[in-house]
Design a binder for this molecule. Structure first.
Ligand code: LHQ
Length: 259
């Protein structure tokens, strides 16, 4: 099984599982990961996802043994990239929060898959490596889009060109990720976060994801209209009514995530 899915109360842990290859992605793993995300999406009880890697690495990107290169063969990177693009689109569009627990090295497409998630935690010993330039490629999997937005143009370009490992703590200082966590506390921190998110008003979180992504190309004027429309829709959800009631009654809200 190249991807493992564990069910927890309210959320699923999805683990990349080719530890002897540092969870490098091959065709089978792409299929398994997309299927695990689709199953989580179809399960009404599942309101958050925790993505991580088995073993000492998070993900070393594309399995370089699984792409045709050289020897007169024409590498079909387009087909490979279509799979990554579908994954990134799914992670951004999935209507629930995705927590990524980067348990070890995240290289190439593995680094940028993590950045496509909503809240990224990393073990202090983990590194992010935009490894692409080492093999003559550019950051893909959304890298050229995510990096400058997260850390600014100067750092984005140097990360991409130099392909030097960026340690988790510096990644957090730079705003590439949310938090660097002591190695032995990473998974308990990530589980606590996923469990907490699964009890939040998750439709609101899904709409916030949509709004942030739309804001990347919208004018302020258009974005204000979008916020008005999304807020209006959220105003009709049971979670909004419950949130306001709970505030007035000075008690914790009991959210369901239902529309
Ligand atoms: C691997 C890999 C790997 C296979 C470690 N593949 N086996 C999209 C479209 C099309 C084409 C190309 O790419 C893309 C997007 C991309 O992701 S491009 C970037 C691809 N990834 C890389 O270039 C990273 C390659 N890996 C590394 O540089 C190192 O493994 C890192 C820095 C991640 C970790 O180094 P170490 O901690 O020293 O571990 P290691 O190198 O010894 O790796 C452990 C094993 O995993 C080893 O196998 P072995 O049989 O010797 O134990 C590696 O060969 C294998 N492995 N990454 N991407």
């Amino acid at each position: 099984m190249t991807v493992l899915a564990e069910h927890h109360a309210g959320y699923r842990q999805i683990s990349l599982n080719r530890p002897d290859r540092l969870n490098a992605l091959n065709v089978e793993m792409h299929g398994a990961l997309m299927a695990a995300l689709a199953e989580a999406e179809a399960d009404p009880e599942c309101r958050a996802i925790l993505l991580t890697g088995a073993g000492r690495g998070f993900c070393a990107g594309q399995d370089l043994g699984d792409v045709q290169v050289g020897d007169g063969g024409v590498p079909d990177l387009k087909a490979v990239l279509e799979r990554y693009n579908a994954l990134v689109r799914k992670l951004r569009a999935i209507e629930m929060p995705v927590v990524c627990a980067v348990n070890g090295v995240a290289a190439g497409a593995g680094a940028n898959l993590a950045l496509a998630c909503d809240i990224v935690l990393a073990a202090k010993s983990a590194n992010f490596i935009q490894a692409f330039s080492r093999i003559g490629l550019i950051p893909d999997c959304g890298g050229t889009w995510f990096l400058p937005r997260l850390v600014g143009a100067a750092r984005a370009r140097a990360l991409a060109i130099l392909a030097e490992p960026l340690p988790a703590e510096r990644a957090a200082e730079w705003g590439l990720i949310w938090q660097a966590v002591d190695d032995d506390r990473l998974m308990e921190t990530a589980h606590a976060l996923a469990a907490r998110l699964a009890k939040q008003a998750t439709t609101g979180i899904a709409f916030a994801k949509r709004a942030f992504d739309a804001a990347e190309t919208n004018t302020l004027d258009t974005q204000l209209d979008l916020e008005r429309d999304l807020q209006d829709e959220l105003g009709h959800t049971p979670d909004y009514a419950e949130g306001v009631r709970a505030f007035i009654e000075k008690r914790p809200a009991n959210f369901t995530g239902r529309r």
